[in-house]
Ligand binder design. Structure first.
Ligand code: URA
Length: 479
């Protein structure tokens, strides 16, 4: 029996090195026990010695490759609290040596389990991003922002970079029972976890946050909020949520009674609010959070955040550049001239717009005023980067089979780097497990001065969209 000792609960590099050496030395999964250093006493007590990867002979000449997809999956699943995660990952690695397509067999028990673990970890990261609240501790020059959070999984290090980019200018600490993360304006450092009783109580932000929360409280989200109670019990708004919920329940109950006692007209029935499933509520919740986004300065001049829209079950997600003048006023993406062009091309490609999710890389309108006109400005890289969190979260909520990047800004956001449109256009590209199709932005077609070129380019655009159309039809068939 080999007892492999890792440095800590999230020691992916240690696991990877050990797993590689074990596999190269043909050590079967059943012959390995995995543990972490802080549980070492247990083994000391039973007088069993643990090995680290360095205790196994290396086999420097033996070739052993696994796909980037597996590495990403393992890096995520290792953050799950499941005590068998190291063993499960090694078992998968062992099986992948002879069964290269194993990860595609989603009915396989090991594959299903690791996928479920990774999904739970992503969900937890998402919740932490959405629910964590900083409190201001100290005064003026010494002010520091502190948050307490109890994650379900060991996600603090994975979730922290989001807060570093979102709150880059303020020194903060995120305290959790597992580990604590600290940002000093330059780098994130990790220290040990703490007990809740040690969390500083002083709080100047609390009252402000309660007032803000009362303002944005949305009773339409009652169902989600009830399901998420365990997450908001640590938030400052916890003390006011119960009365707000009770008020909203009273109003909703009254509304339903009133409607029932009145003779209905069909229009009236259609107006009755629908109870939606949680899947839909996730995008609704993201939209609500994004409404207050201040991650870059564009919110200051724009009328509102223009979030994506469409079914959460969409298998195709279209990403544009940013809302224009009309979209900024209407609060919906692609409703102006570029939207008309897009609608026409979608129809010609056999795609119903109502079946796809439509969003933008940047969610605020960027412009310069010229008299009465607001002149569109291209978003820059820091703006695209600041807004990318919303695209990533829409992507995670929708999990489309295909993302269509319309133009260079969308492609930059989708791939996380500058990606030339012409070089990558019109073919399916695998990116982090999602297929991506790059094509031109519909406003490019509007700007072409020559009618022949316009017709030609329009047809090319439709042909690109047809790739998405055939995928949509295939997945409708399979459903
Ligand atoms: N252009 C875009 O990229 N998105 C819109 O929503 C409108 C115009």
């Amino acid at each position: 029996m080999h007892i492999m000792m890792l440095d800590n609960d999230t020691d992916f590099d240690g696991w990877r090195k050990a797993a590689r050496r074990l596999a190269l030395n043909d050590v079967k999964p059943a012959d390995v026990t995995w543990t972490v250093r802080n549980a070492a006493e247990l083994f000391a007590a039973s007088s069993v010695n643990g090995f680290s990867a360095n205790d196994l002979p290396d086999a420097p000449h033996a070739a052993f490759n696994v796909s980037a997809t597996f590495v990403k999956l393992a890096r995520t699943a290792i953050l799950h609290r499941n005590g068998d995660r190291f063993a499960l990952l090694y078992r998968l690695l062992w099986r992948l040596r002879s069964h290269h397509d194993l990860l595609g067999t989603t009915t396989d028990l090991d594959v299903a389990e690791v996928n479920a673990m990774a999904r739970a970890v992503y969900r937890d990261i998402d919740r932490m991003h959405a629910h964590l609240r900083f409190r201001e501790i100290g005064r003026e020059q010494k002010a520091r922002y502190v948050a307490w959070f109890e994650p379900e999984h060991r996600i603090v290090e994975a979730a922290a970079p989001f807060f570093a980019s979102r709150f880059a200018d303020m020194p903060w600490s995120i305290l959790t029972p597992d580990v604590s993360a600290h940002w000093d304006g330059h780098a994130i450092s990790i220290t040990s976890g703490i007990d809740k009783s040690e969390v500083p109580a002083e709080d100047r932000l609390e009252e402000t946050w309660r007032r803000h929360y009362t303002g944005i409280f949305n009773p339409a989200r009652l169902k989600v909020m009830e399901a998420q109670h365990s997450y908001w019990r640590n938030l400052p708004e916890d003390s006011i949520i119960r009365p707000l919920l009770e008020d909203a329940m009273r109003m909703t109950g009254g509304f339903i009674k009133n409607v029932a006692s009145e003779p209905h007209t069909p229009e009236r029935q259609q107006d009755t609010p629908m109870v939606r499933g949680d899947a839909h509520d996730t995008i609704a919740a993201l939209r609500e959070q994004a409404a207050g986004c201040r991650a870059c300065p564009l919110w200051k001049d724009a009328t509102r955040t223009v979030f994506g829209e469409g079914p959460q079950t969409a298998s195709v997600m279209l990403v544009g550049e940013q809302p224009g003048d009309k979209e900024d006023l209407a609060g919906r993406p692609f409703v102006g001239p570029a939207g008309e062009m897009l609608d026409r091309a979608l129809a010609d490609a056999g795609i119903a717009r109502a079946k796809v999710y439509v969003t933008n890389a940047v969610k605020h309108f960027k412009f310069v005023p010229r008299g009465k006109i607001r002149l569109h400005q291209k978003p820059n890289t820091p703006e695209i980067r600041a807004c990318r969190q919303w695209y990533e979260r829409e992507l995670a909520a929708i999990q489309p089979e295909l993302v269509v990047a319309l133009g260079a800004t969308a492609a930059q956001s989708v791939f996380g780097k500058i990606t030339p449109v012409n070089k990558n256009r019109g073919r399916l590209i695998d990116h982090d497990g999602t297929k991506v199709l790059v094509t031109v932005h519909p406003s490019y077609l509007l700007r072409l001065p020559d009618e022949d070129a316009k017709a030609r380019e329009y047809q090319r655009f439709v042909d690109d969209l047809k790739i998405a159309g055939s995928l949509l039809r295939r997945s409708a068939h399979a459903a």
